[in-house]
Design a protein. Structure first.
Length: 588
């Protein structure tokens, strides 16, 4: 039966395919496909972890004091029995052999399947075994974590081989990913795979899951509430990334309708592709800088493919996440930054120092330790609290600057004290490199304006920095007190709220008046519906995911800034800016 689920539209386009479910897990597990030749090794890894847990449980049994309650011994028996349950084990092995899931992914998928069965049981005793099974599997997952195989990110198996009988008529059917949530680390992993689109239960328009979806340039819907409960493995799913709708088990008529829309989208894309080499200049001859946001050095290829004139934001934190606390050392970071610099072939690269925290936790332990992560020890606050880590990163960036034009960008600054400390650490990193006689290069220094306190105190920032970069994602979050990752308040996350527009317009105006560079690198920069408004505010430098550059360029080519300035002033003075934007769009 066809049904639809509504969420947040975050990455454009239509995707159709069979659902691959990613079960939630209390342990932060990696998800990747293993290559066919790795399957025996993966099965062995699973076996070894199960064996270790069995030994652990037996040891606990042996060490039980004589006066321990009888229930405790019985519970350990139940855990051992569940661990050795043959049908469960068969299921896990099947996920590894047929779908080529890594052992952790196979375990959580099978767990989810069995837990659902338990939940449907009448017998209360059996229903309660669900928690026991979860605990046992958690133990196995923790063992596996200590014995992880290197992630190779093999492509998923062809569907004819992997699909259940009812799907076998479909050769090479695209896969769409359905999950409760995706960690940024998982997202990067899947970036190398071939999912046609994805859906998550949680997340807002500018959550990092949504941001990485845009960088992958695949249709995505986040905040689709209970999608991961309602969609079943192998269900046919349509993801409408424009409307934020997920259609499950669509009828042939609906499928045909969406196939048509998909083709239209592809045509539009190829039409936009022709703008690749067109200079980014408005009708009245103003040159506009279009820069790329990247997460990994390899993303520079996509940036060059759309003729970005540099990287306006390299989110370096993606090098740090999902590594179970093992931070990248100076050499690893230097190689990554250098690869990005060289990848841009002489064009400037803005490297932002690590911005972990909030919805970009370092790992699952970090998450659990913070009461309100968005207001907690994130971004520059974490860097200043971990000077050895910060100095390591600064040295790596300064060394990479010897290979090309590098700008150093600092996230989430708000206080003079933070600015002073940050500048001191940068000097210190330079002098450490001098002491080592290690080559390093000059860097322009920039501050992210993403906390209202910074946007309301711009002269301080303009005195200390060479350029500003407006992080609208956080600026909106902190101005409106709306968690950007929380779908339950996503309707209040308003990029056109007059307060937000005033802060953005003011930052642009003050930076320009001071003769300093100013870029918008938040998601507003990549939204073609806002291009004219930002041009009217005086913005001449936009940084966004490569996938958005051509659509924004199209708006620039049609814009006449002479006419936009007064209109932007009216929008800024209005209580209902949205209305004015809609009127202007309708009049075109
Ligand atoms: C922003 O806040 O707008 C920004 C660009 O930084 P991030 O999205 O990585 O927090
Ligand atoms: Mg930010």
């Amino acid at each position: 039966m066809t049904f639809s689920i509504h969420g947040q539209a975050v990455a454009r386009g239509i995707a159709m395919g069979r659902a691959t479910l990613l079960a939630p897990s209390r342990v932060d597990v990696a998800h990747y496909f293993v290559a066919p030749e790795q399957i025996p090794g993966e099965l062995q890894r699973l076996q070894a972890a199960r064996g270790a847990v069995a030994a652990e449980l037996q040891r606990l049994q042996g060490e039980l004091p004589k006066d321990a309650p009888a229930e405790l011994a019985a519970l350990l028996d139940v855990h051992l029995m569940l661990l050795q349950d043959q049908p469960f084990d068969d299921g896990v092995r099947q996920w590894i052999q047929e779908r080529r899931y890594n052992a952790e992914w196979a375990l959580t998928t099978q767990l989810e399947l069995v837990v659902r069965q338990f939940e449907e049981m009448e017998d209360e005793y059996l229903r309660e075994r669900k928690a026991d099974l979860e605990q046992v599997i958690e133990r196995v997952l923790r063992h596996l974590k200590g014995a992880a195989t290197p992630v190779t990110a093999a492509p998923p198996p062809p569907r004819a081989q992997a699909a259940p009988p009812q799907a076998q008529e479909q050769q090479n059917v695209p896969l769409v990913l359905v999950a409760h949530d995706l960690s940024p680390a998982d997202m990067l992993q899947f970036k190398k795979s071939v999912f046609a689109g994805f859906v998550t239960d949680v997340g807002g328009k500018t959550s990092h899951t949504a941001i990485v979806a845009r960088s992958m340039d695949i249709p995505a819907v986040v905040g689709a509430r209970s999608a991961s409960q309602l969609v079943q493995q192998d269900d046919w799913v349509i993801i409408d990334g424009d409307a934020g709708v997920v259609i499950v088990d669509p009828s042939p008529i609906i499928l045909a309708d969406y196939a048509f829309k998909q083709r239209q989208g592809e045509l539009e894309r190829s039409r936009l592709g022709r703008l690749r080499t067109t200079p980014s200049v408005t009708l009245d001859g103003q040159k506009i800088e279009l820069l790329a946001n990247i997460e990994q050095p390899g993303d520079t290829q996509a940036a060059l493919a759309v003729s970005a004139v540099g990287v306006g934001l390299f989110r370096s934190e993606f090098l740090f996440m999902g590594r179970a606390g093992q931070l990248p050392d100076e050499e690893e970071q230097y190689r990554a930054y250098r690869a990005a610099v060289e990848g841009m072939q002489g064009l400037p690269v803005t490297i932002r120092t690590v911005d972990v925290g909030a919805d970009k936790p370092l790992d699952d332990r970090y998450d659990a330790a913070h009461l309100n992560p968005a207001l907690g020890l994130r971004a520059i606050r974490w860097s200043l609290a971990e000077p050895a880590m910060f100095l390591t990163q600064l040295r790596a960036i300064l060394r990479a600057a010897a290979h090309g034009k590098v700008q150093l960008l600092l996230p989430m600054l708000a206080h003079l004290g933070e600015i002073r400390q940050t500048l001191d650490w940068i000097d210190k990193a330079r002098s450490q490199l001098d002491d080592r006689a290690q080559v390093h290069g000059p860097v322009a220094l920039g501050a992210m304006i993403e906390v209202p306190a910074a946007a309301l105190n711009l002269p301080l920032f303009l005195r200390h920095f060479d350029f500003l970069s407006i992080g609208t994602n956080d600026l909106i979050q902190y101005t409106l007190a709306i968690d950007r990752a929380d779908e339950s308040v996503a309707h209040l996350y308003d990029q056109l709220h007059p307060a937000v527009l005033h802060l953005v317009a003011d930052t642009i105006a003050q930076a320009r008046a001071a003769g300093k560079g100013v870029t918008v690198c938040g998601e507003m920069a990549g939204d073609p519906a806002l291009t004219r408004l930002l041009l009217g505010f005086g913005l001449r430098s936009f940084s966004m995911h490569p996938s958005q550059i051509l659509a924004v360029k199209q708006e620039i080519l049609r814009a006449d800034i002479g006419k936009l300035t007064e209109w932007a002033r009216q929008v800024l003075a209005s209580d209902e800016p949205q209305k004015l934007l809609l009127q202007a769009a309708a009049a075109r």
